[in-house]
Design a binder for this molecule. Structure first.
Ligand code: NIG
Ligand code: FE
Length: 407
């Protein structure tokens, strides 16, 4: 952690702490950080007397929130798939393109052909775009390498991103994303290989969680279960691309393995909702993918809300279904398309996104948590799901270190 040893004071701001069930609004607020952590939050007039402040940032009336957390991305890849977006506009479906050898497989070819340095450059530029919108933590999946060496290459790029940028990066191993051409007709053999590669990747410090794509064009329930068993044997948490294009029962399976999250879930069943609630599994909603694929089946937001399943929202940035580099646009879409409230949406990219990653040390503004902050040129946090574009982020703090933006 890049920590500050002295006390840092953030003042002349309002705060949405998100610490309770509401915004946790503090007008004319202030926040103290030390050693990378928040040490005090409150009204500026109540600041403790006699503080030896080492660094002070007057925020010009900005709104201070927790730094945003983008909890589902595929940031590491080569090339792009604009031509496939074109084909979809002419009527081809995502599945048809995938079955014809395009889709994820075409990105796998481009990713394998790219050097690690080129991948890092592209990944870093994409991460910079997310950071300009207040993101301080991002989850990054592999899944476009699909061999031990190529998955390791992609995961190293994700790890290096977290070391070379003021950004926390969590690395998720998604070997079970698609069947690579060299395993054509041998999906079970491929899953065996995916499971075998897990331990060496973990031993290299490259895996924080394990994911799979459980779908007719991905892997079956039984194959997904084998991946989860391998993860369990290594003590790694799991998550799942579940019920995106069809109902497979992936959510129930993932819940049985105590999954951190089930993601997409447009076709989630009542049984899946009940299983997720019982397991404490977070529902990660990905409206930009839904929008780009012109999907019509919305996730069961009202039923999730009623069941008390926490809902997170993410960009799902990837070159196929969601070439979206704006988490604020995803929040806007979650409200506009699916009627999340602005508070639910903002919680979805902070408190609930932290849960979806198994992180307890961030997502709210409270003493003892990481001083990861985002400052906004808005009056009220509901504006974060209201404006479309306009770069409202004035700066971020990562572990207490202030990083102004868009001056
Ligand atoms: O989250 N559904 C599977 N994975 C990605 C898409 C990957 C791709 O099309 O390249 C997703 O939507
Ligand atoms: Fe995804």
């Amino acid at each position: 952690m890049n920590t500050q040893t002295g006390i840092t004071l953030f003042r002349h701001c309002s705060l949405a702490t998100l610490s309770g069930a509401d915004w946790g609004w503090i007008e004319r607020g202030a926040l103290l950080a030390q050693g990378g952590l928040i040490t005090w939050v409150g009204a500026e007039r109540d600041l403790p007397a006699g503080l030896a402040v080492a660094e002070e940032h007057a925020l010009n009336g900005a709104l201070l929130t927790p730094g945003l957390i983008d909890c589902h991305t595929h940031l590491v890849y080569g090339g792009h798939r604009a031509h496939e977006a074109d084909l979809r506009l002419q009527g081809a479906s995502y599945e048809t393109i995938a079955r014809a050898g395009g889709g994820i497989r075409s990105t796998v070819a481009a990713t394998r052909a790219a050097t690690e340095a080129a991948l890092l450059a592209g990944t870093s530029a994409r991460a910079d775009a997310l950071m300009r919108e207040g993101v301080t933590t991002v989850e990054v999946k592999s899944g476009y390498g699909l061999s031990l060496a190529e998955e390791a290459k992609c995961l190293r790029v994700a790890r290096t991103l977290g070391q070379s940028r003021p950004l926390s990066v969590l690395c998720t191993y998604l070997g079970a994303h698609a069947l690579p051409p060299e395993f054509e007709g041998r999906a079970d053999d491929y899953i065996a290989a995916v499971c075998d590669w897990m331990a060496p990747l973990q031993a290299q410090g490259l895996v924080d969680a394990v994911d799979a794509f459980c779908e007719t064009i991905g892997f079956t329930l039984a194959q997904t279960q084998r991946v989860f068993e391998a993860a369990r044997a290594l003590g790694l948490p799991v998550k799942l691309h579940a019920e995106q294009l069809s109902a497979q029962g992936g959510a129930e399976l993932a819940a049985r393995y105590g999954a951190l999250s089930c993601d997409h879930i447009e076709h989630l069943s009542p049984a899946g909702i009940a299983a997720m609630r019982a397991a404490g599994t977070v529902a990660v909603l990905l409206p930009a993918a839904w929008y780009c694929l012109r999907d019509t089946q919305a996730p069961p937001v009202a039923a999730l809300r009623e069941a008390g399943v926490p809902m997170a929202i993410s960009s799902d940035h990837n070159p196929g279904s969601s070439p979206c580099l704006s988490i604020l646009t995803a929040l806007h879409m979650a409200c506009t398309f699916w009627r999340l409230t602005p508070l639910e949406a903002v919680l979805g990219a902070t408190v609930q996104a932290a849960r979806a990653l198994g992180l307890r040390d961030r997502g709210r503004l409270a003493p003892g948590l990481r001083a990861d902050l985002a400052a906004w040129r808005v009056e009220h946090p509901r504006e974060l799901t209201y404006w479309l574009g306009g770069q409202p982020c004035a700066g971020r703090a990562v572990a207490g270190r202030w990083l102004p933006l868009n001056p």
